[in-house]
Design a protein. Structure first.
Length: 198
């Protein structure tokens, strides 16, 4: 029978009595008697914790804390979440995310071109990285009626030489072609210089 294969003998960690466990990967550590005692001790511990935590207040906002099972008993969940966002988050990966092929960078301060989201009532901002790179390169904000265009067509390639700002209303193929022709001429000049050096 299958239960003959799955049966094994273990020792209770409290009274060291041998017990037979049917499932090989069972999480049983106690014999039936010690299991009841361990459950009562655990329940007593949680009751004591609940009574000791009843008078606590949040360190940040001073709000009365209700008892919870979390690992942050000194703060309410809203303040704990606000203090562990962005660069302080355990899941921080540099503040970059990809959406529809474009790279977005996390910003603490609001930006006119930011995509704002709300999480637990607090806004957080992701700004398209190509706009930030263009603004850092030219030391001025992007005009409101302009769009940053990727010359090589790769949306995630945010090198300054690959970005050009074009008016949004006249963002037609003619203007894009002129920008591309200018970039091709620059690259041809670089290639000609490299050939002369060889």
């Amino acid at each position: 029978m299958w239960y003959n294969i799955c049966m094994r003998t273990i020792k209770c960690i409290k009274c060291q009595r041998e017990i037979i466990v049917v499932h090989p990967r069972g999480a049983t550590k106690y014999c039936p008697t010690c299991a009841i005692i361990a459950r009562q001790e655990r329940d007593k511990h949680y009751r004591e914790r609940k009574t000791t935590q009843a008078g606590l207040k949040c360190k940040s906002c001073g709000k009365q804390l209700s008892w919870h099972w979390g690992k942050h008993p000194e703060m309410c969940s809203k303040c704990w979440g606000n203090n562990h966002r962005g660069i302080n988050s355990h899941a921080w990966k540099g503040g970059l995310s990809c959406f529809s092929g474009y790279m977005y960078r996390y910003c603490i301060e609001p930006h006119p071109r930011a995509m704002s989201h709300k999480r637990k009532g607090q806004p957080f901002y992701y700004v398209p990285e190509h706009i930030l790179v263009w603004e850092e390169t030219h030391n001025r904000p992007l005009p409101p009626d302009h769009t940053v265009h990727h010359l090589n067509g790769i949306k995630s390639d945010n090198r300054p030489e690959n970005l050009v700002a074009l008016p949004t209303k006249r963002h037609s193929s003619g203007l894009v072609n002129k920008a591309l022709q200018k970039r091709v001429r620059e690259l041809e000049a670089i290639i000609a210089q490299m050939r002369l050096q060889l």
